[in-house]
Design a protein around this ligand. Structure first.
Ligand code: NDP
Length: 324
């Protein structure tokens, strides 16, 4: 099969499109023929070396397609089932096929097409745990959502609106601002030009927000901290601009007895029941039309390098897919 491999860490040029052996499923695994592959920012951290991986390696943690073969102990799926995976522990979704533990793959409902699944499963299940379990967003609550026009950000904005929250979205361009307004954002801050904390204080009448979702990291850390209301919650869940600085306990006191958390999806999907419930909640949001999944960029698998270049240069909107 054809697949993306990397032998060393570095820029997008280390992604090589090569011929490798098609994997065979172990007793508890399924072999999936990919029809669409989701591109996620985490894969740029793995490629660059920010998140170390054993090399040489494949790359990618999100794909959707059809089950081609099942291991002898698998009862959850049969050949021909439409499935998707997200957040697999062994990166390798940037390929024509992958094997996954059957317990870590999800069945696709009839109304969810494979491209939508590949674009939304990892990003949408991230939003699910961030808005419903890490913190239970309530109607009327004001949230700060950074990078709101991105893959995760668009789903978060719409889901938060469906829960009745007031969304203050940040984006990097006027085009992205227009998009998040269409998706329901109540207030939009152009964080490359405006002072985030000053704008948030203005919008909230000086109070600040009770919850801030920050996936940008280094560049937004200070502004996020200063945007929080007393006893507010800082959810740091990504590093698109680089890792945020260390947090000092004292800073949290001075900010008004703040809470700080740095979650990752795996810790909110420790069982197959948690995985299935998270995926079901997402599919329900998509199926009901409350969350629309924008596939802003589609590339042939061979062009994974271009997908990474676009994502890291902030040129993308919504989700990006690779098509084998
Ligand atoms: P996005 O589509 O959101 O792309 C990242 C966006 O971040 C860019 O489009 C850009 O939007 C913004 N950004 C701000 N500063 C920079 C910068 N210096 N370089 C590049 N981008 C920048 O990506 P994803 O939807 O794939 O992921 C969003 C975030 O969520 C990532 O940080 C990712 O790691 C995190 N994540 C965390 C998970 C977890 O479990 N903790 C799971 C899944 C994702 P703009 O132009 O508007 O500034």
């Amino acid at each position: 099969m054809r697949a993306i491999r990397l032998e060393t860490t570095g820029g997008p040029e280390v992604l090589q499109y090569v011929e490798v052996e098609t994997p065979s499923p172990g007793p508890k695994q399924v072999l999936i023929r990919h029809e669409a592959i989701g591109v996620n920012f985490i894969e740029t951290y793995q490629r660059s070396g920010l998140y170390p991986m054993k090399l040489p390696s494949g790359l990618g943690g999100e794909a959707a397609g059809v089950v081609e073969a099942v291991g002898e102990e698998v009862t959850r799926f049969k050949v021909g089932d439409r499935v998707a995976t997200a957040g697999s522990s062994s990166p390798g979704a940037y390929a024509e096929y992958s094997v996954a533990l059957a317990d870590r793959a999800v069945a696709l409902p009839d109304d969810i097409d494979v491209r939508t699944a590949a674009a939304a499963l990892l990003k949408g299940m991230t939003v699910e745990f961030l808005l419903r379990r890490l913190h239970r967003v309530e109607a009327g609550e004001t949230l700060l959502v950074h990078a709101a026009a991105g893959g995760v950000g668009q789903i978060m904005t719409q889901w938060a609106k469906a829960l009745g929250a007031v969304v203050i979205a940040t984006v990097g361009s006027e085009k992205k601002a227009a998009r998040v307004r269409e998706l329901g954002a109540d207030h939009v801050i152009l964080y490359r030009a405006q002072d985030v904390a000053a704008e948030v204080r203005r919008i909230t009448g000086g109070k600040g927000v009770p919850v801030a979702y920050d996936s940008v990291g280094k560049d937004t850390f200070e502004g996020t901290l200063k945007s929080l209301a007393r006893r507010g919650l800082f959810v740091s869940f990504g590093n698109a601009s680089g890792p945020p600085p260390p947090v000092e306990a004292r800073q949290l006191m001075l900010g008004g007895s703040l809470f700080f958390t740095r979650p990752t999806m795996g810790d909110y999907q420790t069982t197959t029941a948690e995985l299935d419930a998270s995926a079901a909640a997402l599919f329900e949001m998509i199926g009901s039309g409350k969350v629309e999944v924008e596939i802003g960029q589609t590339y042939p698998l061979a062009d994974a390098r271009k997908a990474h270049e676009a994502l890291e240069s902030r040129a993308t909107i919504g989700a990006s897919l690779l098509i084998p």
